[in-house]
Each structure stands twice: as C-alpha cells, then as structure tokens.
Design a protein around this ligand. Structure first.
Ligand SMILES: *Cc1c(COP(=O)(O)O)cnc(C)c1O
Length: 361
C-alpha cells in the first residue's frame, strides 16, 4: 500500500525520499558509529551537516552574502517576540500589516516590546482579501514593517513583495519560503518555522541583513540576541541537531528536483487544479478569498452543507487523502500543498472532490 497523501498544514508531509534516507541512516550515519541524534553538535560529523545545510539553503534561495542565516529553536512565534527586541529601540514604533491569524499573532508577541502600530488590517472582512499597498498607513519612523507573506489558516497570500521604501521589511514566510524564487535583497529579515515547507518542526530559519544585526535593539539576554547566535554559528546552546539534519536533507532534495523555480511551476499547477475543483463545483464547494489573494500553499474551502463534512473527511481518508480538516478558527476544509506534496496528490484530491460532489450534490 502506498502512503496516503497528507494535506496537513504543519507539521506537514515530507518528501518520502528524505524519510527513507533518514531511516537508512538512523542508527549509524556514514559510519560515524552513532545516530545523528547521538552526535555532539560540535563534532566534525555534525559540523559538516550544519555547514552543508546552510550552504544548500543559500543556493536554494540565492541568499546574498550580506545576509546571515540562523538556525534557531522556538518556532516562528518566538521569532515574533525576538524581532522587536533585536530591531526596535525602546519606545520606537513598528508597523504591522494584519492579513490573517499569524499577522495578529506577530503583533501580540511584539506588543510588550514596541510601539506596535497597525498599518493595515483586513479582519473586518474576515481576512479574505489583501489591503492595497496605497491604503497602508505607515508610521514613517518605524523600526520595521512586518507582514505575513502567506497566511496559513486564512489561505491568503501576497503575490508581490510590498514596497516600503527604506524601512526594513520583515516577512513571516513560515508557510511559503522556497515555494518560488524570492528576491531576498528586498528584505531586512525573512523568517520561517521549518515544519511547513522546509522540514521538521523544531527548527526555524532566520535570514537577516547583516547591517541590522548592528542595531542596538532593547536590553536582552544573549540567548535572545540574534547577534550572539550569529557569532556562535547558531550554536550558542545545543541546537536541535536532528531537525537541522532533516531540514538539510530536504534542502538537498529540493535542489535535486530543480530548485525553487521548478517548485513554483509545480505549486501553481497544484493550486490551479484544486481551485478549479472548487470553482467548477456549482457552489458545492466554496472558497471566499479574493481570487488574486488566494494562497498557492493552503487551499481553504467549505462544503455548501457542513452536515457533509464528517462524511467528506471519512471518505477522503478511505481514498488515501488525509489531514483535510480545516483549522478550528475557520472550520471547513484545508488542503496544504507545500513543495513535498506531489502533483499526483493534488490531482487525486481534485478527482475525489468531483466524485464526492456528484454523489452528494
Ligand atoms: C505555523 C506558522 C507560525 C507559527 O509557527 P510556530 O513554529 O508554531 O511558532 C507563524 N506564522 C505562520 C505564517 C505559520 O504558518
């Protein structure tokens, strides 16, 4: 029996080839005599794993040399608290653009440390569209502008990088990093928890323009200081070595598959197939996000009658399609189709949706 297609939003499906490689190397990686789980983070075997992961990620995302790459713990949410501590001076303003649940979370995490200013907020419309750039009210003296590139729960995604002039732009790319080519040089900071599109939960990638590391920020302990992590090569304390290793395997897999340009093509096709299944269902399935703002990574939809939800999920599971239940904030369904989801998985789901609609419509 093949493994089912897993549409979980995060932790999410991983490339099967990566899981198999990790399994094959689990007890003894390359004659080290130990599992990666058992090796010192400062030993030569792990140092090589760590260095290759960084080099591969730099290649994958074309990260310029004047950007530091950090591999940290704490998930994306912890970075949302560290960002004001590291980049905003005491009492300084910072601008937040709220286009869904995670933007609101970022604001909440920052509020104790910064004069948080809401530059745009689409919550009154249920986060179903993106605020036009010319409607944002930026502070002018802000330390940075924070936005969420892809809202994982609400299924809303920015197509273009917003222009905020000389103010550093900080992007939460937790659920869309490496989904397409990205001009990193447009950003002050890009951060992403790995468990959506980069690998396992437990490690977070932070890409920081080096000059921002020179900012004073606020009084903080070294463990909360990006500069200290950078100087220590992300080994200020014991890093999550296995997660780092596994993410590194995913980076190599992505490069071997053709890199982010290839994934952009696949992701566009996967999303098109699913939105067609929704839009072509005569109202049986619904997605209420403005068409131009629809996420390519997280396709949210509801059935016209939520009394059918349980049957939809049960029959999908029978058909080898799992983890389609929507987030509790929205209900309904959500199909997350990150890089590791094969096109055959999206096609299988679209086929199932059409069939279910015929039988129940
Ligand atoms: C999942 C997610 C987060 C939270 O990530 P944690 O690693 O659980 O802290 C933040 N932002 C976005 C866009 C996400 O998808």
């Amino acid at each position: 029996m093949p493994r089912p297609y897993n549409f979980s939003a995060g932790p999410a499906t991983l490339p099967e080839a990566v899981l198999q490689q990790a399994q094959a190397e689990f007890l003894d990686r390359r004659a080290a005599g130990a599992s990666v789980l058992e090796l010192s983070h400062r030993g030569p075997e792990f140092m090589q794993v760590a260095e290759e992961a960084e080099a591969d990620l730099r290649t994958l995302l074309s990260i310029p040399d004047d950007y530091a790459v950090l591999f940290l713990q704490g998930g994306a949410t912890t970075q949302q608290a560290l960002i004001p501590l590291n980049f905003a001076d005491p009492g300084q303003a910072a601008d937040y653009v709220l286009t869904g649940h995670w933007g609101a979370t970022a604001l909440k995490q920052a509020e104790p440390y910064v004069m948080a200013h809401i530059a745009a907020d689409t919550s009154v419309d249920g986060y179903r569209d993106l605020p036009a750039r010319d409607e944002w009210t930026l502070s002018g003296d802000a330390a940075y502008v924070h936005y969420t590139a892809n809202e994982t729960i609400h299924g809303v995604e920015f197509r273009d990088i917003p222009d905020v002039g000389d103010v550093p732009l900080i992007g939460d790319f937790s659920s869309s990093i490496a989904a397409e080519p990205l001009d990193v040089s447009r950003f002050g900071v890009i951060y992403a928890g790995a468990q959506k599109n980069l690998g396992p939960v437990g490690i977070t990638v932070v890409i920081v323009r080096r000059d921002l590391l020179g900012r004073a920020g606020q009084p903080r302990a070294p463990i909360l200081d990006y500069r200290a992590h950078d100087r220590a090569g992300s080994m200020l304390n014991t890093p999550p070595t296995f997660n780092w290793y596994l993410a590194g395997l995913v980076f190599k897999w992505m490069l071997a598959e053709g890199g982010v340009a290839e994934f952009a093509r696949r992701n566009a096709r996967k999303a098109a197939v699913l939105y067609e299944a929704i839009d072509g269902s005569g109202g049986f399935y619904r997605n209420t996000v403005a068409v131009d703002a629809r996420s390519r990574m997280n396709v949210v939809f509801s059935l016209h009658d939520d009394g059918l939800d349980a049957r939809f999920l049960a029959e999908a599971k029978e058909a080898g399609l799992i983890s389609l239940k929507g987030h509790r904030v929205l209900g309904g369904m959500r199909a997350s189709i990150y890089n590791a989801m094969p096109e055959a998985g999206a096609l299988a789901l679209a086929g199932f949706m059409g069939d279910f609609c015929k039988r129940n419509g």
